[in-house]
Write a protein that binds this ligand. Structure first.
Ligand code: AP5
Length: 221
């Protein structure tokens, strides 16, 4: 009995959050998104939120110590045989090494890393068109995945808004930050033999199905 871990790795707009939602609802994986946790902390004005806010607004990475703190706290709350799906974490080599240490302390490892791959122009189009529900967090796209009623969430009727870091200038900075600080993780996990490349330019159901097949027994409840 040990923790199981998969990671969704990919540039901003690759579809990590969208795909994670599809996987979560069809498997035993618990979705852990550091971006969602940070946005919630900013909204609630917690000490973590106050430390993170300015970095997020600029599209830069929040310091590793803050991120590792919230991830470890999340794992401490979980059970010994939980299955985790990390979205947006790790994002630096230090985060990846420290994740290995945290999991090692629980006699676990990173089981698989799914690299969501999509061309840059598509990433930009996805991010500029993204709208998110203020109430329940459900994500839409004005063209690809529109709500039934413009500006309102299909699930709860909440108001849809554009994320503060989804302006074109901040999107370009986030893509640069990914290239400089996160892309190096691809080789790191490839060397460990756990990296699986997935084309995420396709309809989301196809990507979800491929990852569920790739996760195999890890996903079974
Ligand atoms: P985070 O929230 O993780 O943002 P991100 O990595 O920039 O990724 P996104 O959420 O923008 O994109 P996504 O890949 O989830 O795409 P989505 O599914 O929404 O991080 C935000 C910030 O927090 C960071 O900049 C940083 O400051 C901080 N942070 C977070 N984690 C950190 C860490 N570990 N270390 C340091 N700092 C950290 O899809 C995008 C759009 O496309 C949506 O509109 C969606 O509807 C649409 N779409 C998706 N898939 C499809 C599809 N297949 N077909 C059609 N449309 C699609």
């Amino acid at each position: 009995m040990s923790i199981k871990t998969i990671i969704l790795l990919g540039a901003p707009g690759a579809g990590k959050g969208t795909i994670a939602e599809g996987i979560r609802s069809a498997s035993r994986f618990l979705h852990v998104s550091t971006g969602d946790m940070l946005r919630e902390a900013v909204k609630c004005g917690t000490p973590v939120g106050r430390q993170a806010e300015a970095f997020m607004k600029r599209g830069e990475l929040v310091p590793d110590a803050v991120i590792l703190g919230i991830v470890e706290e999340r794992l401490d709350k979980g059970g010994a045989d939980d299955a985790y799906m990390f979205d947006g974490f790790p994002r630096t080599m230090d985060q990846a090494r420290l994740l290995d240490e945290i999991l090692g302390g629980r006699k676990a490892v990173v089981n698989k890393v799914f690299l969501l791959d999509a061309p840059r122009a598509l990433l930009i189009a996805r991010l500029t068109g993204r709208r998110v529900c203020r109430k329940c967090g459900q994500s839409y796209h004005v063209i690809n995945i529109p709500p039934k009623v413009a500006g309102a969430c299909d699930l709860c009727g909440g108001e849809l808004y554009q994320r503060a870091d989804d302006s074109e200038a901040t999107i370009l900075n986030r893509l640069d930050v990914y290239t400089k600080q996160t892309e190096t993780l691809i080789a790191f996990y490839e060397k460990k033999g756990v990296l699986v490349r997935v084309d995420s330019a396709r309809p989301r159901q196809e990507t979800v199905a491929e990852i569920l097949r790739g996760a195999g027994a890890l996903a079974a409840s």
